[in-house]
Design a protein around this ligand. Structure first.
Ligand SMILES: C[S@@+](CC[C@H](N)C(=O)[O-])C[C@H]1O[C@@H](n2cnc3c(N)ncnc32)[C@H](O)[C@@H]1O
Length: 482
């Protein structure tokens, strides 16, 4: 039921809780067992959760609760249920174990693994396991397993109306399924619990070994249309040198109504990045009713605390050209955040030569009084020539996000091409691989191609994938007469 290593981790968590009256953080578990990263500690905790020994609240820094001497109940995992387009439930008997206290009555209860994204706004994601209680009489608002026209089973929210039944998805992308008297509908059960995908799909890993890599394809110099998490799942571990991206955040733009999950995105990026690989992200927070959403800060903390990245720096991207004199309720926001994450201890490649800026007194010889030491004394006064250029600071100015490029205008939320140019030159080795999982109009790929790096772009929108292909042709001509 439980491996020796998992048992050791569980014992450590219990003892820590007894002694400190709080749970250990993932960092503390990592340090205790000399694990390679916080994500390895996270694997152990998740595995123990799957087996029902504890519960982890991902929003809490120390959110582990151990189930003391809890007896477990096994329930059958009957197959896959579609949360996108209806598909047939598959008979494929396995069992999952849940603590007895989790559900009031385990009679006539079974589990199904979710496939698809039509319930994501209810936090039911592709790969999650839903626990279903058999019943034929749901009430409005229940999430039901519905068998439509005799052979298609789907998970949706049930609403009975005057002459029809609505099976509502929780994703703006999909329309409700309307069942009138001419269609056949059988309710097979209602959802009573959910086991999140991150907690039920893990393999045992050994303390010193890396998880085996079964995937072998790295789609170099391609634009792939699809959900970035699903696409990255097909890519091998440790295969990408750097990621430059601007994810969609909050509800600022609807694009084509697509959804995304920044935690799962971070997890997959972490897996496919090489050791020392870098993620440079451009992100802001939505302002609503005088308050900021905090998505940027939350993502940074989540990626560091729960996924295992190190935060190298957060650079401020200062945008020019936002007039907005009509904004009466807030400041004119003229910046975004650019957190830079490292996988591992230090960047594998770091060359900031091209990022240097002119020194104000470059070329002069100047005498300066010494710097103050921590004990209050000063170092000696020195006279020296001032270099023409100096290291760039942490506020980077860019003039025009759209680069006055008519192709880029076809996308509502682009960043300037110079941003990926700066990051790639600084952090991606020559001929390295750059990925943008939210490629949009293709700014990152155009920069990578111009700098002779390999690129991979992913976007869920076909329209934007086509736009990226078009830009790769037109904005990076390979002959003079293209
Ligand atoms: C902020 S834009 C990126 C713009 C890009 N940096 C540029 O300069 O053109 C975010 C993109 O993410 C895409 N997107 C949204 N959800 C996605 C998902 N789950 N997987 C892949 N792409 C997604 C949207 O279609 C949109 O094009």
């Amino acid at each position: 039921m439980i491996t020796k290593k998992q048992k050791n981790v569980l014992e450590f968590i219990k003892k820590f809780q007894q002694k400190e009256a709080m749970s250990p953080s993932l960092e503390e578990i990592k340090n205790k067992f000399g694990l390679a990263s916080v994500s390895t500690a996270s694997y152990y905790v998740e595995k123990l959760e799957t087996k029902g020994f504890l519960k982890k609240d991902n929003k809490q820094h120390r959110g582990i609760s151990v189930f003391e001497n809890e007896s477990m109940v096994k329930i059958p995992l009957l197959g896959i249920i579609a949360a996108g387009e209806p598909i047939q439930a598959i008979e494929n008997r396995e069992e999952i174990a849940l603590p007895k206290s989790r559900i009031k009555n385990y009679d006539n209860v079974y589990a199904l693994r979710v496939s698809g994204d039509s319930m994501v706004e209810e936090n039911i994601q592709d790969g999650d396991v839903v626990i279903i209680k058999e019943t034929k009489t749901p009430i409005n608002g229940d999430k039901v397993v519905a068998l439509i026209d005799g052979d298609n089973a789907t998970l949706k929210t049930f609403y009975r109306e005057k002459n029809r039944i609505l099976l509502k998805p929780a994703n703006k992308k999909y329309d409700p399924i309307i069942i009138d008297k001419n269609r056949k509908l059988e309710i097979q059960g209602v959802m009573v619990d959910i086991v999140k995908q991150s907690f039920n799909n893990l393999t045992d890993i050994k303390f010193t070994e890396k998880t085996p890599n079964k995937k072998t394809n790295i789609p170099l110099n391609k634009v792939i249309c699809g959900d970035c998490v699903s696409v990255m799942k097909t890519m091998p571990d440790n295969s990408v040198d750097m990621v430059v991206t601007s994810p969609p955040y909050d509800d600022v733009r609807n694009y084509n109504g697509f959804s995304f999950n920044l935690h799962d995105t971070g997890k997959e990026i972490f897996r496919i990045l090489k050791e020392g690989g870098i993620v440079a992200m451009v992100i802001q927070d939505q302002t609503k009713n005088f308050g900021k959403s905090l998505t940027s800060f939350r993502t940074i903390v989540d990626w560091v605390d729960n996924i295992g990245f190190k935060l190298f720096e957060t650079v401020i991207y200062r945008k020019h050209g936002t007039e907005g004199a009509w904004w009466t309720k807030r400041f004119r926001v003229d910046h975004e955040y650019m957190p830079i994450f490292i996988k591992g201890e230090r960047p594998a490649y770091f060359n900031k030569e091209n990022l240097k800026i002119p020194s104000k007194h470059g070329g002069k010889v100047m005498t300066g009084s010494g710097n103050r030491r921590t004990d209050g004394t000063t170092t000696k006064t020195i006279t020296r020539p001032i270099n023409l250029t100096k290291c760039r600071g942490t506020i980077w100015d860019y003039l025009n996000a759209g680069d006055k490029n008519p192709l880029k205008r076809k996308h509502p939320a682009v960043f300037p091409d110079q941003i990926p140019v700066d990051f790639i030159e600084c952090f991606c080795p020559p001929k390295g691989v750059v990925l943008d999982p939210f490629v949009g109009s293709g700014s990152t790929l155009v920069a990578a191609k111009k700098l002779s790096r390999n690129y991979i772009g992913i976007d869920i929108s076909k329209e934007y994938c086509d736009l990226t292909e078009e830009r790769l042709k037109k904005d990076t001509p390979t002959t003079l007469f293209e």
